[in-house]
Ligand binder design. Structure first.
Ligand code: AMP
Length: 425
């Protein structure tokens, strides 16, 4: 299947060729025909699958065809709502790339910065508005934005928006959308609250599901380092010193933890910067920009700040802490191995994180290999089996893999299950 066979028009094909996209990803192949027919879509998928192009390409195409049909003047006809500033910016960049030869214009609005440049762009006129919920409502209340002409509405990363406490904002936004519209709803997971929210947005819809394990977990080379908590900084330094020219994204569960890692690395003369919710938007953009263009080799991020980070040539993802929500693991490792590329993701696991590893392996239905040839192995710990152990019967002990990955534990059962909701960043 090619984009041409999906019925994509020439100016967009030209832009996709320039991007180096040779064929549609599975979510694009499935979603584009549904969207070009004008149907609503419920997409169970996450970033890293080619989701952005799956919705932006058919929207741009329909905007071009609408304009040809009725020669309408420029007004906001598409709204994309997404949880974080970084993701909003990235979606905006994708729209700009794919619409390069069409004259379809977009702008991005988000909080944490002054609104002047955003309202100036709105006054100049746009076809596509990409927004985070808070700033969108704010500018709507100030009269800078009206949603009355929206024909295409996209709610992106809905589960993340719920986790971040945006549910009321989202409901207010949906209430302002005109009835005669095409709606798209994307979420990586589909708990009950998300299904209920999707019903508020969608009419008669079709569903496309791209499972996380299909999307990323299978093509990312993964490994676990069992390590005592106190030795994590040393292990991180050890790994980063091995390949100092590689771009490495390190995940920390907390903002405070991210800052601490930066300080610890500085002591070893490794330059790193942190991005999280307590950093100003400008500082976040600067660090991310430096990381993307290769000036900064090590970026430490919390999950919410890292949403949507798309860095070409990202060599390695390191989970300094294992996430307590297993889907987050799939999001994190999806930062490497984007679309058609393969990547490496390694995770540190201390005794307390063992239950998290169990849930992760269950979700991705894979046993993550263990690396034992490193100086900080937490001795006496055993590999976490994928299947729960049977109480009776003659089941065999799983062998330790001693896997020797390009970047190179064992665990025990002392972990306490401290499962709780992710913190708002
Ligand atoms: P997304 O899931 O939208 O965050 O996209 C993940 C990455 O895949 C981005 O870097 C896109 O530029 C890239 N991508 C999207 N569609 C394709 C495609 N058909 N072929 C190759 N790369 C793609």
């Amino acid at each position: 299947m090619t984009f041409k066979e999906l019925g994509i028009i020439e100016p967009i094909l030209k832009a996709l060729a320039a991007e180096g996209y040779t064929k549609p990803t599975p979510i694009q192949e499935q979603s584009i025909p549904i969207l070009l027919k004008g149907k609503d879509l419920l997409g169970c998928a996450q970033t890293g699958t080619g989701k952005t192009a799956a919705f932006s390409i058919p929207i741009i195409q329909q905007l071009v065809l609408d304009r040809e049909a009725d020669g309408q003047q420029r007004k906001i006809r598409t709204l994309v709502v997404t949880p974080t500033r970084e993701l909003a910016i990235q979606i905006g960049e994708n729209f700009t790339s794919y619409a390069r030869h069409t004259g379809i214009r977009n702008t991005v609005i988000f909080g944490g910065v002054k609104q002047g440049r955003q309202t100036d762009a709105l006054k100049r006129g746009v076809d596509v508005l990409i927004a985070t919920p808070g700033r969108l409502l704010d500018l709507m209340n100030q009269g800078f934005i009206s949603l009355k002409d929206i024909k295409y509405a996209v709610l992106d990363e809905a589960d993340q928006m719920l986790d971040m406490g945006f549910i009321h904002d989202i409901k207010k936004i949906i209430a302002k959308l005109p009835n005669n519209r095409q709606s798209l709803f994307f979420s990586a997971t589909m708990p009950k609250a998300i299904v209920e929210l999707s019903r508020k947005l969608l009419g008669d819809f079709e569903q496309v599901t791209i499972k996380p394990q299909q999307a990323t977990a299978e093509k990312v080379e993964q490994a676990i380092y069992f390590v005592a908590k106190k030795n994590k900084p040393k292990l991180l330094t050890h790994l980063l010193e091995k390949d100092p020219n590689d771009s490495t994204l390190v995940f920390s569960r907390t903002k405070h933890g991210a800052n601490k890692i930066v300080k610890q690395l500085a002591k070893a003369d490794i330059k790193a910067e942190a991005i999280h919710g307590n950093k100003s938007q400008n500082a976040r953009q600067k660090s991310l920009g430096d990381f993307k263009n290769g000036d900064l080799k090590v970026l430490i991020a919390t999950d919410i700040a890292a949403r949507g980070i798309d860095v070409e040539d990202l060599s390695l993802v390191i989970n300094y802490d294992l996430p307590n929500v297993p889907e987050t693991y799939v999001h994190r490792i999806g930062r490497t191995g984007r679309a058609s590329a393969s990547g490496i993701a390694v995770s540190f696991c201390d005794a307390e994180e063992r239950p998290y590893l169990k849930s992760i392996q269950k979700l991705i239905n894979q046993q993550v290999p263990t690396i034992t040839d490193h100086p900080f192995v937490d001795d006496g710990l055993e590999e976490v089996p994928l299947q729960p152990e049977k109480k009776h019967g003659n089941h065999k002990q799983r062998p330790r893999t001693g896997h020797s990955n390009p970047r190179g534990g064992k665990n025990n059962n002392r972990g306490r299950n401290t499962n709780h909701r992710p913190k708002r960043d």
